[in-house]
Structures are given as structure tokens and as C-alpha cells.
Design a protein. Structure first.
Lengths: 115, 115
């Protein structure tokens, strides 16, 4: 049973370009969560999605950031017009249900570098 | 506001020694889960151990155990017979029982096991 798959592992973008980060949850999981890890910090919650729905986006910047989890295919975290401050590791996690308090399963993360 | 504090940015011990990583947290809630996650150089986030706040008995997983002091809001991780593969960043986190996505994270402790 494959774990949470994130790609790409490394992504380099110039300032002003768009970054698209993909996350395929574990089989049978319909809840996806995105986190951002800044250097020397813990993970910061960004957004929680179920299939075709955004449940909680309270941790996501209001501008330039968006997330989706379509009926088919992976969840996408999209960052438009990237800036140097967006450089970080972005982690995706998934769970089977949103209310059972099971530990989240994390992917390996995508390291975004903005030059 | 909920917070998690890991006061040791970095620790280093010899292989086979026992090491304790400290974690304190602050919440006004009474029911929550506490976690220790390990992040090796591969950047995968691996659940090490989990503790339900309503349980008085400290959780153990093989060489890993916790010292949970609810009144003091302390949740330290003890690693016995440390191994080279234990070298990693360790993050302490907690989550309220009515939500499984708003993980509150500490800044992490870098643990180095020396041969």
C-alpha cells in the first residue's frame, strides 16, 4: 500500500512564476492536509480538503495561494507569482476520515526554492 | 492560544546512550492527543509515539517512551539504547480531540547520534 506521494521532490522557480505541488493521498483516504515547513520551524497548517471541498483554509495566505482536491486525481497546491519568502518545504498528509483522530500520514514533501 | 515549546534546538549523544527530548505545551482544553514525529534527512515525517491526554499511563513503543505530566503540560520523549538511525529532527505536536487537522507543532530538536 503506497504511502502519501508528493511530487516533485524539488521544485525551483524564479520570482513571478507559478508553482504547482501535487499530492496523492494514501489509498482509501479522502482527507488531505497541506503544511508548510519554514527553515528551523515546525509545520504550519495551511489547508484541509476533502474530495471537491475545501474544509478549512484558515492557514493559507489569502493571496496567490490556492488548493484543490478534485474528484479524480491528486490534490494540487498552487502558488502564483512566487516570491523568495515562499521558499520552504511543503508537506501533504492524508487520513481516512476527518473525525477519527487517527494520526496523519505524511508524504516526503516538496522543497520549493524561489530564485 | 495553543503553543508547543521544544527548548533544545540540538542534542548530541553517543550510540547506545539514553536521551530525553523535552516538550512543553499550553492549552486551555482538557482533551487532546500528543505526538512525537521524527523527520530523518529523507524529510518524511514518521510518527514515533502517540499519547491520549485522558490516559495516565505513559505510552511506549519499543525503545521510545514518553513522560507525560498533564498538570505540568510536559511531554518528554525518551529514547533508550540510541542508534545511528535515530539521527533526525524530532517534532512534538498536539491536537485537540474535536479536530484532527489543526496540529500545533514545536520548532523541533535536532538529535545527532554519534558512533
Amino acid at each position: 500500500n503506497a504511502g502519501v506521494m508528493q511530487n516533485p521532490r524539488h521544485l525551483v522557480r524564479r520570482r513571478g512564476q507559478e508553482a504547482r505541488l501535487r499530492c496523492s493521498p494514501m489509498k482509501g483516504h479522502s482527507h488531505v492536509y497541506w503544511y508548510r515547513q519554514l527553515p528551523e520551524e515546525g509545520l504550519k497548517f495551511m489547508v484541509y480538503l476533502q474530495k471537491e471541498n475545501i474544509i478549512d483554509e484558515s492557514g493559507m495566505p489569502k493571496e496567490r495561494f490556492s488548493a484543490e482536491f478534485p474528484k479524480e486525481g491528486p490534490s494540487i497546491l498552487r502558488i502564483q507569482q512566487v516570491v523568495r519568502g515562499d521558499s520552504a518545504a511543503y508537506f501533504c498528509a492524508s487520513s481516512r476520515r476527518g473525525t477519527d483522530n487517527s494520526p496523519l500520514h505524511f508524504g516526503n514533501g516538496t522543497r520549493l526554492t524561489v530564485t | 492560544a495553543q503553543t508547543v515549546t521544544q527548548s533544545q534546538p540540538e542534542m548530541s549523544v553517543q550510540e547506545a546512550e539514553t536521551v530525553t527530548l523535552s516538550c512543553t505545551y499550553d492549552t486551555s482544553e482538557n482533551n487532546y492527543y500528543l505526538f512525537w514525529y521524527k523527520q530523518p534527512p529523507s524529510r518524511q515525517m514518521i510518527l514515533v509515539i502517540r499519547q491520549e491526554a485522558y490516559k495516565q499511563q505513559n505510552a511506549t513503543e519499543n525503545r521510545f517512551s514518553v513522560n507525560f505530566q498533564k498538570a505540568a503540560k510536559s511531554f518528554s520523549l525518551k529514547i533508550s539504547d540510541s542508534q545511528l538511525g535515530d539521527t533526525a529532527m524530532y517534532f512534538c505536536a498536539f491536537i485537540l480531540m474535536d479536530s484532527n487537522y489543526q496540529l500545533i507543532w514545536g520548532a523541533g530538536t535536532k538529535l545527532i547520534i554519534k558512533p
